[in-house]
Design a protein around this ligand. Structure first.
Ligand SMILES: Cc1ncc(COP(=O)(O)O)c(C=O)c1O
Length: 381
């Protein structure tokens, strides 16, 4: 879509920053494989854009959550080996085999269905056995691994390529549970070594920074490749070298002078206290800007923090630009996340206001917001 026809609210994706974040992570894991997580539209950054960039950089295995995410990417020619991090259902086995996906498995119903489909297709299906060392979400209990592997031995079309786990608390300052999980995982992996497992993998972004003993053979970073911190409790100072990949920008479509005491937007939750210059921007909760940020958000206009006022609506929001009277114009850029001049609004700032995490902010940016690739580095945004 051309500049004149596309939505005025855009997410700019800085691929050079993505490359530098990957290099930083690679530095910490040495020659181990990295299987970046590009699930949920690459944490809102645009799965196709990110997948192509990663493939171009030489990453051959990528992690997604669901079968449908992998198929959509393969059908758009983003050819890679896709590991499925979430549990799938046996009914999805034929598609998993047909597309050569590598699911994480934790039930014999799933291994049997996959092996059956693979046999029919005259193929082998590679899977990753998910062990629950503490997450309590999916996975088999560590004690069940030997009998599970024994069951799989009778399925020649099934190849257990990986043994995996996922940390619930690696991003917390207290690493005691994570350290116990690593030891448990190591014990399980040793006991399972005879089964021919090639890749042991458990580290997410937080563990890459703070738990080097968890790096094993491959790591699965998500949030950090996008330049966002897994949490504020990461101890490794290298976390400060991450550079946010996404900037979220919109444009001023309308400007109006209003009198003091004017009620603005639905419910008149805001009344001007002085004669004010109010800008309209075409971004709302339909774009993923939470309505709960209403009257509690600042956008950057002309390098200055300007308060958002009144309810955020589905498609439009209002910004008080009175401080910029005489300088601001229709068409000016307004930054929701990113830098302008010497100011910056981060995904963490928005997450803090909403009582959530940066993951949810960027992942929540709606599909209708075009993701625009920015290849050149531009530190000031
Ligand atoms: C199984 C699994 N591995 C790796 C990741 C990546 O985690 P992070 O984004 O914290 O690096 C996730 C994300 O939630 C996951 O579910």
């Amino acid at each position: 879509m051309s500049r004149r026809t596309r939505h005025l609210t855009t997410a700019r994706i800085h691929l050079a920053r993505l490359s530098r974040n990957l290099a930083l992570l690679q530095e910490m894991v040495g020659g181990r494989e990295m299987w970046p997580a590009i699930k949920a539209n690459a944490y809102g950054h645009g799965a196709e854009i990110v997948a192509r960039h990663l493939i171009g950089l030489g990453y051959r295995t990528l992690s997604v959550a669901h079968t449908a995410e992998a198929i959509a990417l393969i059908e758009r020619s983003a050819a890679a080996t896709y590991v499925l991090l979430s549990a799938a259902l046996p009914e999805q086995s034929a598609a998993i085999v047909a597309y050569g996906l590598e699911p994480s498995v934790c039930t014999t119903e799933m291994t049997d269905a996959l092996a059956g489909e693979a046999e029919k297709a005259g193929k082998q299906v590679a899977v990753h056995l998910m062990v629950d060392t503490g997450m309590g979400r999916v996975g088999i209990h560590p004690d069940e691994v030997p009998s599970f592997l024994e069951h799989c031995r009778a399925l020649p079309a099934l190849r257990i390529r990986g043994l995996m786990s996922h940390f619930p608390c690696a991003d917390q300052a207290d690493k005691s549970l994570s350290r116990e999980e690593i030891e448990q995982f190591r014990r399980v992996a040793e006991a399972a070594a005879a089964a021919g497992i090639e890749v042991r993998h458990m580290a997410n972004s937080a563990a890459i920074f703070d738990l080097p003993d968890s790096h094993f053979d491959a790591v699965r970073p998500g949030i950090a490749i996008y330049g966002l911190r897994p949490s504020r409790e990461i101890a490794n100072p290298r976390v400060h070298r991450l550079e946010p990949v996404l900037e979220w920008r919109t444009r001023i479509t309308f400007l109006k002078e209003v009198a003091a005491g004017t009620g603005l937007s639905y419910g008149h939750t805001f009344h001007t206290r002085r004669p004010s210059l109010i800008a309209t921007v075409p971004v709302g909760y339909g774009d993923g800007l939470s309505r709960n940020l209403s009257n509690n958000l600042e956008l950057l206009v002309r390098g200055r923090r300007c308060p958002q006022v009144g309810r955020i609506t589905m498609d439009q929001s209002l910004v008080d630009v009175t401080a910029l009277r005489g300088q601001v114009e229709q068409g000016d850029e307004a930054v929701i996340i990113g830098r302008q001049g010497g100011e910056e609004v981060t995904a963490d700032e928005l997450a803090g206001k909403l009582g959530t995490i940066n993951y949810e902010i960027v992942t929540g940016i709606a599909q209708r917001v075009p993701r625009l690739v920015v290849d050149t580095e531009d530190r000031e945004g």
